[in-house]
Design a protein around this ligand. Structure first.
Ligand code: TNX
Length: 546
């Protein structure tokens, strides 16, 4: 606790009085003109809104209320269209359609704050910016006295560079409960991230309850211990029988999706196949190549739990799982993994070899491609879009698939007309160490080099060699937190922040405005917001950035 307080003082001390006056918005807005003067919020400030924007206004007033103690009218006052209204205006009326699906315009002068956006998502992002223009105490959950609640006069026009701005969380290696997921969603919203990629299944645990296949969670969600060499008290995710694990019911998922939707975040579920599937096959070994049995082991590495594509029933099983997934997740995208498939299992299996011969497949890479195409047809037939890791390109990519690049392939995929999400290990892997001094850090990925904050901030998701006509296929980028070494939320936040702040700026702000020193200046103010919100982060990345 003591070191925590000292660290807090250090962060605060590095923000000079002059810096504290400058806006410190993360991610940096596209266009911002600072003017002289301030708008001051008081208990009497009216908040005007049109009917369609009430929920967004309620989000703003709830936040303002908890720290200022000002009550405000709960539903907002009906906005008549007058631009010069005193107070705060949130509206979709007369918004500039050029701002697009997520853009907004914010005009602050000494007697009014006017926020306009063509969509509620845009308005919501405008609210995030407005909040960040107040003193950081605005994010306190208790009423704070003696703060001058003012925002600088300015004009902002803002919209995102990329449409996919994400965070991936692996809940298989370690389990995070519903309220922990929700707190990460809150932090995503603060940074204008709009895609939560939920890695729900892997070798070390199956976390989504599928009514048709109860053993997936009865068996697949639990293992002997926390594993990965971690202390048993590093987590509280134990069942009544003392086994480690947990899973989400359809009701939990419904609630998480609703929570995300209210923050304009789409949830992309990931169901791994054909590899990284040991937990599923521990429950249903009949769909494996060997027949099992499989034990769920908690250590890092690549396991042999891989589906048998030569058994038609495997596809009945997987289609059954996916149809349950479609019911729970309304979004367009479903991620089906596809990484690190240990091909030797297929190579040594006579049924798989016979299938390859029948289908004219020359190697196991083509067999994986055959498998993914079959799954993709099913996903497409239900009106969804399949996402898979880089490896789905090998042996030929399925027709409508979107590629998530972690080991390459973006240029090739985009040139072939496929959409791509960029999450290369060298910039986006939040399970890597945040400094080169590994011994001073909590456990992180052992197989990889470090991923410093400055490196994340230097990322350009647009591949340099991609001709302009294909560039619209690069949907955006995301940070990935694999959790082999991360058994609890406090540690997860430490790994995610402040690197997520950098990814958010990479994904939202124009490349031309990238400025490391200014980012660090803003981050020092932003750290105070994270403190108010109770979000853990790596302090050294902010006090002694590298
Ligand atoms: C590779 S990234 C994996 C994950 C591991 C991660 C550890 C990817 C698609 N596969 O299964 O958790 O490395 O850094």
């Amino acid at each position: 606790m003591k070191s925590f307080i000292i660290a807090l003082c250090l962060v605060a001390a590095t923000v000079s009085a002059a810096d504290a006056q400058k806006p410190a918005v993360i991610p940096l807005p596209q266009e911002m003109t600072l003017e002289s003067g301030y708008f001051t919020l008081t208990a009497d400030t009216p908040i005007w809104t049109d009917k369609a924007s009430r929920k967004t206004a309620a989000f703003l007033t709830a936040r303002l209320r908890s720290s200022t103690g000002f009550l405000f009218a709960s539903r907002g006052k009906p906005f008549t269209g007058s631009e010069t209204a005193n107070g705060i205006v949130l509206t979709c009326r007369n918004a500039d359609p050029q701002l697009g699906l997520e853009g907004y315009e914010l005009t602050i002068n000494s007697n009014s704050v006017v926020l306009r956006a063509p969509t509620q998502a845009g308005l919501f992002y405008g609210v995030q910016t407005l909040l960040q223009l107040f003193p950081p105490e605005i994010f306190s959950s208790n009423v704070v006295a003696n703060v001058d609640w003012r925002v600088p006069c300015l004009h902002i026009r803002d919209w995102p560079r990329f449409q996919w701005r994400g965070l991936m969380l692996d809940v298989s290696r370690h389990y995070f409960n519903k309220s922990e997921i929700e707190s990460l969603l809150d932090a995503m919203a603060l940074h204008k991230l709009n895609t939560f990629h939920w890695h729900l299944t892997d070798d070390q645990g199956w976390r989504i309850q599928i009514k048709k296949y109860p053993r997936l969670t009865e068996v697949g969600a639990w293992r002997k211990g926390v594993g990965f060499g971690l202390a048993s008290n590093s987590t509280t995710a134990y069942g009544p029988d003392g086994r480690y694990g947990g899973f989400y019911t359809p009701k939990d998922i419904h609630e998480v999706v609703a929570y995300a939707t209210a923050r304009h975040i789409t949830v992309v579920p990931e169901i791994e196949m054909p590899g990284h599937s040991t937990a599923a096959l521990a429950a249903y070994p009949q769909y494996s190549c060997t027949g099992g049995p499989f034990t769920i082991r908690a250590d890092a590495g690549i396991f042999n739990g891989i589906y048998n594509p030569a058994n038609d029933q495997t596809f009945v099983f997987l289609d059954g799982i996916l149809s349950g997934v479609f019911r729970m997740f309304p979004g367009k995208y479903v991620h089906v993994g596809g990484d690190e498939v240990p091909k030797a299992t297929w190579h040594n299996n006579p049924e798989c070899q016979a299938l390859m011969k029948r289908e004219g497949l020359k190697d196991e890479k083509e067999l994986q491609s055959w498998f993914t195409r079959r799954i993709e047809r099913y996903v497409s037939s239900r009106g969804r879009t399949l996402v898979g890791w880089s490896e789905i390109l090998q042996g030929g990519i399925a027709r409508n698939a979107t590629v998530m690049d972690w080991t390459g392939g973006a240029t090739e995929a985009a040139r072939a007309g496929h959409d791509v999400v960029m999450s290369p290990t060298g910039y986006c892997y939040f399970d890597f160490y945040q400094s080169t001094n590994h011994s001073a850090e909590p456990p992180a990925a052992t197989w990889a080099p470090s991923l410093l904050l400055s490196r994340v901030y230097s990322f350009d998701p647009m591949p340099t060699n991609l001709p302009e006509q294909f560039q619209s296929h690069i949907l955006g980028t995301q940070g990935n937190l694999w959790t082999e070494h991360v058994p609890n939320l406090n540690h997860a936040e430490y790994m995610i922040f402040p690197r997520e702040c950098a990814i958010a700026e990479v994904a939202w702000s124009p490349k031309s405005s990238r400025d490391w020193d200014d980012f660090i200046r803003r981050l020092r103010v932003h750290a105070q917001r994270l403190d108010e919100l109770g979000i853990n982060y790596r302090h050294a990345s902010i006090t002694t950035p590298e």
